[in-house]
Ligand binder design. Structure first.
Ligand code: PLP
Length: 467
């Protein structure tokens, strides 16, 4: 990303140390570049200015900068000043980025690592096409109006999303029920606020997406952990444990993180419970249209005759989380309340980005992209699983990851911390459980950024961490 960032690097030089000031400065700057504190393309102060700030000789800073130029970490470009190179050599993730990553999944503001889950293929993003569509979108949006956009989202995109749901998710809904968001997290937070269920209980899958559990807690809802088995969330158990819950949040298409599908009888039981008790269901369909093994099931919301299901979709997995685009489809009862509330709480993202996506969908690129990504991920998964036999561990396909079950007592979190030090990003299964007493160790290996040519190497590096 080629932009100037606020200078956040602290350069505390130790004048009593045996290490020279040049070396201290060089190391500190190299570290900041490696961990992303100094982003690719960001500008460094001139050596004169920095020397004056630090109270050191100009030659000291100049020498440190020269060493960094030699290491291809920075470039000097005349009047444009000194900048971090656009593509500094990849280093193990260190300090700040690692601290962020250790805070748990998802990894924020870290470039996708091989084996990282939850991100699409970097190489698969259709950059040239998206750049063209963005230009067209900018023109279409800005040449017509400098008025305020519709906070519910651009009409054309809402229409395209409704069309897509009918085609890909087997569910016909009116565009007026579709609200554009900046992703699942944003939509979930706002919907929970609007439902105003503080003090009530809500069913939450165990294991389940940690962000969802956190959103429930922030909204004052007590998450009740419901076990997940081969048929998805155990609805019978849920009714037995917490029949009077006001909410259930589920990933019925491909359970996160285990990848199982909510069975037809459990879908019926869940919908019947919500219809009977007046509870809400939130369907997190984060991977609905990207099923790489077998056929995708339709949306749960499409079966809901009582209109109790709030559907949340996202373009983070299918296109890119960098676009920050998702949507909510609301039951009719909530539409007018939401229409009033979004302007002050969750206005839709930039109309320019929305319009680019509308064009991407309208002209058939989205379906083509989905087809290509599905086939790429199938090939990647196949290549990685072909390597994984030598670990002698149970492995299954779980959404866009391979789930390796570790022997009881293994420390999956520590393996993941070690992996990050060598630039790999597997995720610990145990971190997806609320209750440590039932958590089982395992590793989720994302297949999106490990292609056929790198699978053997990546697996080899990863395999060493298992011994
Ligand atoms: C279960 C689940 N839901 C939703 C999302 C997408 O969230 P967002 O749209 O906020 O990027 C993810 C991302 O990894 C996820 O794992």
């Amino acid at each position: 990303m080629n932009q100037d960032r606020t200078w956040t690097v602290t350069l505390n030089l130790d004048r009593s140390a045996t290490t020279s000031l040049v070396e201290q400065l060089r190391r500190r700057l190299a570290e900041a570049i490696a961990d992303g504190t100094l982003a690719p393309g960001s500008r460094l102060p001139s050596w004169r200015d920095l020397a004056s700030q630090l109270g050191v000789a100009r030659g000291t800073v100049r020498q440190a900068y020269d060493d960094l130029v030699d290491a291809n970490l920075i470039v000097t470009a005349g009047a444009k000043g000194t900048r971090v190179t656009d593509h500094p050599p990849r280093r193990p993730v260190t300090t700040q980025a690692r601290v962020r990553a250790e805070a748990g999944f998802p990894f924020f503001a870290v470039d996708p690592l091989p084996l990282q889950v939850g991100v699409p293929s970097q190489a698969g993003f259709p950059l040239a096409l998206w750049t063209r569509l963005s230009r067209e979108a900018t023109q279409q949006v800005l040449e017509h109006s400098v008025g305020y956009p519709d906070p519910c989202g651009e009409a054309e995109l809402r229409q395209e999303i409704a069309k897509h749901l009918a085609l890909a998710r087997g569910w016909v809904c009116e565009p007026a029920r579709v609200f554009v968001t900046s992703g699942y997290g944003a939509g979930l937070g706002f919907v929970l606020k609007m439902l105003d269920l503080a003090g009530k209980a809500g069913w939450m899958e165990e294991p389940g997406y940690p962000v969802t559990r956190e959103a429930m807690s922030i909204a004052g809802i007590s998450p009740v952990s419901i076990p997940v088995d081969a048929d998805g969330m155990n609805v019978e158990r849920a009714i037995a444990i917490a029949p009077d819950a006001s909410l259930a949040i589920v990933t019925p298409s491909q359970q996160a993180p285990l990848g199982v599908t909510l069975s037809s009888s459990r879908r019926q039981a869940l919908l019947a419970w919500a219809g009977r008790t007046g509870a809400w269901i939130i369907e997190d369909d984060y991977l609905g249209e990207l099923q790489i093994a077998g056929r995708a099931t339709g949306a749960l919301a499409g079966l809901d005759a009582d209109d109790r299901t709030i559907y949340l979709g996202t373009f983070s997995k299918t296109v890119s989380p960098m676009l920050r685009l998702g949507f909510v489809v609301l039951p009719t009862e909530l539409v007018s309340r939401m229409t009033r509330a979004v302007a002050v709480g969750m206005p839709a993202p930039s109309p320019v980005t929305q319009q680019a996506l509308a064009l991407f969908m309208r002209d058939g690129y989205y379906l083509r992209h989905l087809r290509r990504m599905k086939s790429l991920y199938q090939r990647n998964a196949h290549a990685l699983r072909a390597c994984a036999w030598d670990a002698d561990l149970e492995e299954t396909q779980a959404g866009l990851s391979i789930l390796l079950r570790l022997r009881s007592g293994s420390d999956d979190q520590s393996i993941c911390a070690q992996a990050r030090l060598v630039g790999l990003g597997p995720t610990a299964l145990s971190g997806w459980y609320a209750d440590p007493a039932v958590a089982v160790p395992g590793l989720l290996l994302g297949v999106t950024n490990v292609d056929e040519s790198s699978a053997t190497r990546v697996w080899g590096e990863f395999r060493r961490l298992l011994t």
